[in-house]
Structures are given as structure tokens and as C-alpha cells.
Design a binder for this molecule. Structure first.
Ligand code: G3P
Length: 220
């Protein structure tokens, strides 16, 4: 399973890419707004230059014509940009228009297998079920991810599933278990994925044992 960062924060993205594990980024209007009043195009272009893989960024329009116009514009910003289109009937229609023009679509705000089914038929390259938001209302977000993965696999459809709205490391484990192609994670979750108290205790114990016998040395 590939790891994308779910953020528009350039420093966090640089760190993730430096680690060698982040191969893509997803943003949305809320995440871009968190960075203050920015030049949207410049910010996305900067992120696209840092990241080796797909960078999803969302349209603001809600009718087909506006979504298609915005998506065509966004598609010019960088080769690795992907346009996020929300799960609505208008979004499905916009996705079919854009797919015919080879503009890559990430079908977002997806909460059901039926929405995913229509997105895949319309030609979306990525489908983003929002796990955390389903869990928030007492549904099982990960089972929707599992259903979509199974459906795409059964019919050998090329769309990839991005497990989104990831809230904690357990969500990443579960997404990998059900075969999501990608998990897009907040920066804090990326950091949490590596943390374990026994690792910290182990490193400290090795260092203490060494120092007791060999004397204090910071490196070889
Ligand atoms: O990738 C979608 C994500 O940004 C939504 O996450 O935590 O706002 O539900 P959240």
C-alpha cells in the first residue's frame, strides 16, 4: 500500500518525501485554507514540484460546467496534478467529460459502494472513501473501502482506492489489510506510524549497556 500525505503544508510534505515513503499528496479546500490566504495555483505548483507522484487538488464549483472548466485549468498546473471531483451526479458527469480528455480525476467525498461504482464507470483514476467520517456517524468506514477494493478487483477495473479521512495508525493497518492501493494520512498519523515505546526503551538500553563497558561515545 502506498502512502500519500493528506495536507497542503509544504514543510510536512518535504519531510514526508525526504523520508522516502510519501509518494503522493491529497489536499482539499479545508486543508488549503489551514495554510492561510495563499495563492492556490502557486501552492499546488510548489507541492507538485516536491512530490514524485500524484497531487490531488479539488475544484470549488458544484455544477458540471464550472467543475469541468476549473478541472481543465487545474490540469495545466503540473503533469502530476489530479483533480478532485466530489461525489454527486454533477461530479459523475464532470468525471466522464474529463476522463475522455485524459484529465485524471480523484472522486472524493465517497461514502458508498454505489458512488464508487458510478465513479469507476465514469472513468475516475482514484476513488476516495472517507473512512473517519463514516466511523464518526457510527458506520464502518473500512468495510466500504473493502467493498470498493473487492469490486474493482472482481471486474478488473483500473481505478485505485485511496483510503481517506484516516484518523489514526489503526486505520492504516486496516486499510492495508483490506487491500487499499493507497492510504492518505495526516502528517501526525505518519509520525505515529513509526512510534513505539519499546523501540525507544530498546535504543536507550543498548546505549546504556555500551556506555557502561566502553565509555561514553556518541558514534563509532
Ligand atoms: O482526505 C480526506 C480528508 O482530508 C478528510 O479528512 O479528517 O477531515 O475527515 P477528515
Amino acid at each position: 500500500m502506498r502512502i500519500f500525505l493528506d495536507t497542503a503544508n509544504v514543510e510536512h510534505i518535504r519531510h514526508g518525501v525526504r523520508l522516502g515513503v510519501v509518494t503522493g499528496v491529497t489536499t482539499n479546500p479545508s486543508l488549503v485554507s489551514k495554510e492561510g490566504k495563499v495563492d492556490y495555483r502557486k501552492l499546488v505548483e510548489e507541492i507538485c514540484a516536491i512530490v514524485p507522484g500524484p497531487v490531488s487538488t479539488e475544484v470549488l464549483g458544484q455544477d458540471v460546467k464550472t467543475m469541468v472548466t476549473e478541472a481543465r485549468e487545474i490540469a495545466k498546473w503540473a503533469d502530476n496534478v489530479v483533480v478532485k471531483i466530489p461525489a454527486s451526479l454533477e461530479g459523475v458527469e464532470a468525471t466522464s467529460v474529463l476522463a475522455k480528455e485524459n484529465i485524471k480525476v480523484n472522486f472524493t467525498l465517497c461514502f458508498t459502494l454505489n458512488q464508487a461504482l458510478l465513479a469507476a464507470e465514469a472513468g475516475a483514476r482514484f476513488i476516495s472513501p472517507f473512512v473517519g467520517r463514516l466511523d464518526d456517524i457510527g458506520e464502518d468506514g473500512m468495510s466500504v473501502v473493502a467493498d470498493i477494493v473487492e469490486y474493482l478487483d472482481y471486474y478488473q477495473l483500473p481505478a485505485q482506492v485511496i483510503a481517506a479521512s484516516i484518523r489514526h495508525p489503526q486505520h492504516c493497518l486496516m486499510a492495508a489489510r483490506v487491500g487499499a492501493h493507497i492510504a492518505t494520512v495526516p502528517y501526525e498519523v505518519l509520525l505515529q506510524m513509526m512510534r513505539h515505546p519499546l523501540t525507544d526503551i530498546g535504543i536507550q538500553r543498548f546505549r546504556d549497556d555500551w556506555n557502561k563497558t566502553m565509555g561514553r561515545g556518541e558514534s563509532l
